[in-house]
Design a protein around this ligand. Structure first.
Ligand code: PHE
Length: 468
């Protein structure tokens, strides 16, 4: 049955468009913002090695599983899993993880839009020369002033959500495919310009050593972080890759395609690190600044080096595009599902869902200012409180959503998808979809999906929860 179906939502012109789309989804704030600072925090080369291992043994098998489920059924994740489960003689209830993934993707979008909105503010700020000659205190104050102002945050959050909704509403071919064909090459060009620039700072080797110096004693520190990041950076565990897989042409090789996406994502992360740290060093700043690296440290660096204003603007445009091509992939699974289910117009469904995400995102906006005292999941001396105003510990609204999605929903979703491909689908179905020429290679990949990847997720997941 499913073998010849075509998605009612559309399909990509070629497997290259899938590569563009999946890479667009994968490359985002995770690569440009999170990866460099995590590498700095977890011992440079040691973290990079662990990250590569996690990508290869866990991330890629899950990505493969998602792509093949999507392409086999050619429907949105929920309907794809339901129909393939029934086809394999299993319960349609096995589609529940896809529902969870859809919700997780919308939750991620709610806060991703707020953070991406900051880069909109920074594009204008950099362009206008707001950071010229600024020192660390000044850049910190500028960032503080932005996050303290709910109106400004709301403005950028709204604008970014509209940008995201706009592409999705126009559809798979006219919206996604067309904009990806422009945005992705632009993203690569901007990244290369930035890398070229970092060569000229005279601190390139310093950055290189920082990224790749191997500190064996730090290997274990970074395992959990590396695994968690592998999920986030590859966009697996929520159905984004699955829905893009459902638009993939029938005769494209899934294995080679997925491998290309994984390699491109990793290359962008490494290049971003190589482009970024020399600039940080050229400005005489600390590389281990953590999450503030991009919005506080970098502006100081750009504000004090030749051509910094221009390059800083280029940098934040790059961040913006990367975030945009990721955010559209968070909205698509739910839009595709509701279009299939209700038959209503794509534009209407997109508007409704974007509004919903926007509303939840307002919680994140407020968690930086007026609502900073609203704490969730508080383990106080008088026991556990789900919510407490003004508590010492606990998590803000933003932290809670971030934690819930990246630490819990994403790994669970990834685990469910890879188990589905490995244990629910028939071996023949998987073999047919993968169409690998070498039987030995097929066996290896199949076992990665059946055993290695699920075990990897389980171990890390349990260890993460135990740490709490
Ligand atoms: N991979 C994206 C990034 O690195 C984030 C993302 C997560 C996108 C989940 C889609 C789904 O920023």
């Amino acid at each position: 049955m499913a073998g010849n179906a075509v998605s009612i939502n559309g399909s990509w012109a070629s497997r290259w468009v899938f590569i563009l789309a999946a890479t667009g989804s994968a490359v985002g704030l995770g690569n440009i913002w999170k990866f460099p600072y995590m590498t700095g925090m977890y011992g440079g080369g040691a973290f990079v090695v662990m990250y590569l291992v996690c990508i290869a043994l866990v991330g890629l098998p899950i990505m493969l599983a998602e792509t093949l489920i999507g392409r086999r059924a050619r429907m949105s994740p929920v309907n794809a899993m339901r129909s393939l489960a029934v086809e394999a003689g299993a319960s349609p209830k096995l589609a529940w993880p896809a529902v969870m993934g859809m919700v997780a993707a919308l939750l991620i979008l709610s806060f991703y839009s707020v953070i991406a909105g900051w880069s909109l503010d920074y594009v204008l700020g950099m362009g206008a020369g707001r950071f010229t000659g600024v020192d660390a205190a000044g850049a910190g104050a500028a960032f503080g002033a932005l996050t303290a102002d709910p109106w400004r945050l709301t403005l950028w959050h709204t604008l970014f959500m509209v940008l995201t909704g706009f592409v999705i509403a126009r559809g798979v071919v006219a919206g996604l495919e067309k904009s990806l064909r422009v945005m992705m090459p632009l993203l690569f060009v901007l990244l290369l310009i930035l890398l070229g620039y970092s060569f000229t700072t005279g601190h390139f080797m310093e950055g290189f050593h920082f990224l790749f110096s191997f500190q064996p004693d730090k290997v274990l520190d970074g395992v959990l972080a590396a695994m968690g990041h592998a999920f986030f950076t590859l966009s697996v565990g929520v159905g984004s890759i699955m829905v893009y897989g459902s638009y993939m042409p029938r005769h494209a090789s899934i294995g080679a395609t997925v491998l290309t996406v994984g390699i491109l994502d990793t290359l962008v992360a490494l290049t971003a690190g190589l482009a970024l740290f020399p600039i940080v060093f050229a400005g005489g700043l600390e590389p281990g600044a953590g999450p503030g690296l991009m919005f506080v440290t970098l502006p100081v660096a750009f504000g004090n080096i030749p051509f910094g204003q221009l390059m800083g603007t280029v940098f934040f445009i790059l961040v913006l595009i990367a975030a945009w091509t990721s955010s559209i992939s968070m909205l698509e699974p739910a839009v595709a599902y509701l279009v299939e289910r209700t038959g209503r117009s794509r534009a209407l469904i997109t508007a409704g869902l974007a509004l919903l995400c926007w509303l939840v995102g307002m919680g994140t906006v407020l968690s930086f200012n007026l609502g900073a005292d609203a704490r969730f999941f508080v383990f106080g001396e008088d026991g556990f409180h789900l919510f407490q105003w003004g508590a010492e510990g606990g998590r803000t609204f933003f932290d809670s959503i971030d934690y819930l999605t990246s630490r819990i929903l994403l790994p669970l979703g990834g685990l469910a998808f890879v188990l589905f491909a490995g244990w629910v689908l028939k071996r023949e179905t998987v073999r047919e979809e993968l169409a690998l020429r070498s039987p030995l290679l097929f066996t290896a990949v199949y076992w990665l999906m059946r055993v290695v990847a699920p075990l990897g997720v389980l171990v890390v997941f349990v260890a993460e929860l135990a740490k709490q």
